[in-house]
Design a protein around this ligand. Structure first.
Ligand code: C2E
Ligand code: MG
Ligand code: MG
Length: 757
């Protein structure tokens, strides 16, 4: 990375401040290059290892190795890879017979062996094993590579022990051959004589350097870079990027026959606006590239030593790039593969897509059946995903219950939505899990994103956004990304950011909605309901921010505050002589922790509020989360003297068997039943059943959301104890409650007076 620091220093010397964006871009370029070179180095080590470990390998075995190594998928710049041997004239006929022998598996086409160009020479260099991107033979059987422009370079690598980058012009596209000598035992002997004796051959890869350059310059608009090589009659130029008209040229001589030209527009400020600095920067980066290539070529002699431990290294590399539970590619490898997929898509104009999958009910499974069952399920899901895909598609695990599928080309002929549906389909059969008596049914949501992006992260992020939409739309479905979704995500992010500081900034406040005794019309208490005074947006209702508070976990400190505030206010009313109940809503996230017990205890203690007047409202789903823990915590809460209500009752499980295990005092019948009571006999019957259920269990019943007098009368007839709703009062400020406490409510006919209970 020294070139970047060098450029920054030059910018300072020129009295110009380096622009942060330019530096970031440069870091990207440099890291792209480093990555490409490291990967090629890995490949050379790996190919050499294959040849040394399999001296009699057939062409078929070599091609299978290349396939399993995913040479062409992983290295877009590589056009072909070959193992080349040197054959002295004295051994030519033996070698020819060996190649023609069908059992050696070196000449599947069965063409007779023929030296090309013909002629008697002291030695020949033949590719024995090879694989090309197009699957065409890299060179016809018998082609003497040492009689091509590569000859001198290859021979010098044999003696020096160091690899070389050799320009190799074929047709219009300038190519390079990277030749790396291989010696018996995998290490480079120390003397020239010993190197000649132990010499086996070369690993040769044909690469398009412009592709590495282009990849490295991605996102650098208005910049063109070309690397030029000239030596004797040989010359080659590799170019990447496109400079607009008026671009300035700067040339950097690297000697050894290499030079670098950079074309870019002058303008703006900072590194990119200063031609000297820019040339220095890009020259530096390209110089780093070439130096790194040289280091690579020289380093391959050192990497021979690595061969001895390469199996271990492979193992470590595998561990670094794969998820240990499922063995699937992890985030790092997935991002790398997305990068390669995008590059292929761009080159071959094929469609590409990322599918981001998240299980809908994984937390519940983990909570109820334990982590071992959860792990087993994740492995099962990984396997099923693999089975649903075509060869060439990739499945990875990002962590937790998040999986990613990469798919491209023919798989996408009918769109990514079809692939997503197929995945949802294979997951629909329940999973057999050791720790579960019954097969486990799971559902998943999928977000997909298709098409080109400038970075792998972007494509993954768009798929994540689509996943968020799929979850919001009710889960168990696939949604594909559309640009309009970005706004919803941005809004949500702003909401989360704003919520972070809301508690400290004192933006929350409580309103209190009265509850009324339905038989006497007497005021019995209030329910504390949170509100948020959001800067520049006004007062926000809880349905619009409680889900975000819960998903971020901020509900826990906010819930603590609500308890304290409600108890403080309740104690104040009690002091004034109005002894009524105060109900506080407690979310599932709060009930999940032991802290809730301390929170309630502290709120009561600090305020001095009567525990018997505090009602904690919990929803059925919150109770069902982890039944055993819930029963314990509710027991401890009850021991503090508070009462427990089930909120929104009737919308969850409503199973009597379950309810009986919780120490509950109050049933709050959900608004949806109340609103239908006047209109449908079903609702009326349901309310009747729920009230009877409450009575059987010895519970107080409250009906929520009473809006009409007719509803009030019917609920009173059903002997519902208490009512709450707009008919009596909306959620009110403390001042309004104070005012109401002294004023009889005329509208409903129910008289509201403070009751002393
Ligand atoms: P909830 O606990 O069921 O509260 C009753 C909701 O019904 C309140 O909505 C109330 O304004 C509304 N409501 C009452 N009477 C009527 C009526 O006659 N007609 C209609 N249409 N609505 C009525 P709000 O204040 O918007 O609160 C919504 C939900 O937000 C609450 O439902 C509760 O689940 C949650 N929530 C409110 N405050 C807190 C809090 O401090 N902590 C937690 N965890 N949740 C809270
Ligand atoms: Mg409530
Ligand atoms: Mg409710």
């Amino acid at each position: 990375m020294s070139s970047i620091f060098g450029a920054q220093a030059a910018a300072r010397n020129d009295g110009q401040k380096a622009h942060q964006a330019a530096v970031t871009t440069s870091v990207e370029i440099a890291s792209n290059l480093t990555l490409a070179i490291q990967r090629e180095q890995d490949l050379a080590v790996s190919a050499g290892g294959f040849v040394i470990g399999n001296p009699n390998a057939s062409l078929d075995q070599f091609q299978r190795w290349a396939g399993s190594t995913q040479v062409f998928e992983r290295f877009p710049e590589i056009q072909g890879i070959a193992e080349v041997v040197m054959v002295p004239a004295s051994q030519l006929s033996t070698f020819a017979a060996h190649v023609e022998d069908p059992s050696a598996g070196l000449n599947p086409s069965g063409q007779p062996f023929q030296v090309t160009p013909p002629g008697a020479r002291p030695y020949y260099c033949f590719a024995t094993l090879s694989q090309s991107r197009t699957s065409q033979p890299l060179t016809p059987v018998g082609t003497d590579l040492c009689d091509t422009v590569l000859g001198p370079g290859l021979m010098s690598t044999r003696d020096s022990g160091e690899g070389a980058y050799l320009p190799y012009g074929t047709g219009s596209s300038a190519e390079m051959v990277v030749g790396t000598p291989i010696y018996q035992g995998g290490v480079v002997p120390t003397t020239v004589q010993a190197r000649q004796d132990a010499f086996i051959g070369w690993t040769g890869t044909e690469i398009l350097p412009s592709m590495i350059l282009a990849d490295a310059l991605r996102g650098q608009h208005g910049t063109e870079a070309s690397v030029h090589y000239a030596s004797g009659t040989e010359s080659a130029t590799f170019t990447a990027g496109a400079a607009p008209a008026g671009a300035q040229q700067s040339t950097i001589e690297l000697h050894n026959g290499w030079s670098v030209q950079v074309y870019s527009l002058v303008g703006g400020s900072g590194v990119l606006g200063n031609p000297t600095v820019l040339a220095f920067l890009l020259g530096g980066i390209l110089l780093s590239l070439l130096l790194a290539l040289l280091v690579f070529v020289q380093g391959t002699s050192r990497s021979r030593a690595v061969l001895l431990v390469h199996e271990r290294t492979d193992q470590l590399r595998h561990q670094a790039l794969h998820d240990s539970l499922t063995g699937l590619p992890n985030r790092a490898l997935i991002l790398d593969r997305i990068g390669q997929m995008l590059a292929r898509g761009r080159r071959q104009h094929t469609p590409v897509a990322v599918l981001f999958l998240d299980l809908d009910n994984f937390k519940d499974i983990n909570d109820t059946l334990g982590h071992r069952a959860g792990d087993e399920l994740l492995v099962g899901v990984g396997t099923r995903l693999g089975s649903a895909l075509r060869e060439g598609d990739t499945v990875g695990r990002l962590g937790g219950d998040e999986f990613v599928v990469l798919t491209e080309g023919a798989s996408l002929a009918s769109g990514a939505g079809i692939v997503a549906d197929r995945i949802l389909d294979v997951l629909s059969t329940p999973f057999e899990i050791a720790d579960s008596d019954v097969p486990l049914a799971v559902t998943a949501s999928i977000g997909c994103a298709e098409g080109d992006r400038s970075t792998p992260e972007e494509l993954l992020q768009d798929a994540d956004i689509a996943l968020y939409q799929a979850k919001a739309a009710g889960k168990r479905r696939a949604v594909c990304f559309a640009p309009s979704m970005q706004k919803a995500v941005d809004d949500h992010r702003h909401l989360e950011v704003d919520l972070q500081g809301a508690l400290l900034a004192d933006q929350f406040f409580l309103e209190y909605q009265p509850t009324i005794d339905l038989s006497t019309g007497v005021f019995t208490g209030v329910e504390a309901l949170i509100r948020w005074r959001r800067p520049e947006r006004g007062v926000v209702q809880p349905d619009d921010f409680i889900p975000a508070l819960e998903s971020t976990g901020i509900i826990v400190p906010v819930g603590t505050w609500v308890l304290q505030e409600a108890c403080r206010q309740g104690a104040r009313w009690h002091e004034q002589g109005y002894r009524f109940t105060v109900s506080v809503n407690v979310s599932a996230r709060q009930l999940e922790r032991d802290r809730i017990i301390d929170d309630v205890h502290d709120a009561l203690k600090t305020s001095g509020f009567d525990p018997g007047s505090l009602i904690l409202e919990l929803t059925e789903t919150a109770l069902m989360h982890d039944v055993e823990q819930t029963v314990t915590r509710l027991g401890l809460l009850k021991a503090l003297g508070v009462r427990i209500a089930i909120d929104d009752f009737g919308t969850g499980y409503s199973s009597l068997a379950y309810l009986r295990q919780f120490p509950i005092d109050v049933l709050k019948i959900d608004r949806s039943f109340v609103s239908g009571i006047s209109d449908t006999t079903e609702s009326a019957a349901l309310v009747h059943t729920l009230v009877q259920l409450g009575k059987v269990l010895g519970l107080e019943t409250i009906a929520e959301g009473i809006e009409t007098d007719d509803q009030r009368i019917r609920l009173a007839d059903e002997q519902v104890d208490t009512g709450q709703g707009f008919l009596f009062a909306r959620p009110l400020s403390v001042d309004d409650v104070d005012r109401l406490l002294g004023v009889p409510a005329g509208k409903s006919g129910a008289s509201v007076t403070a009751s002393s209970r």
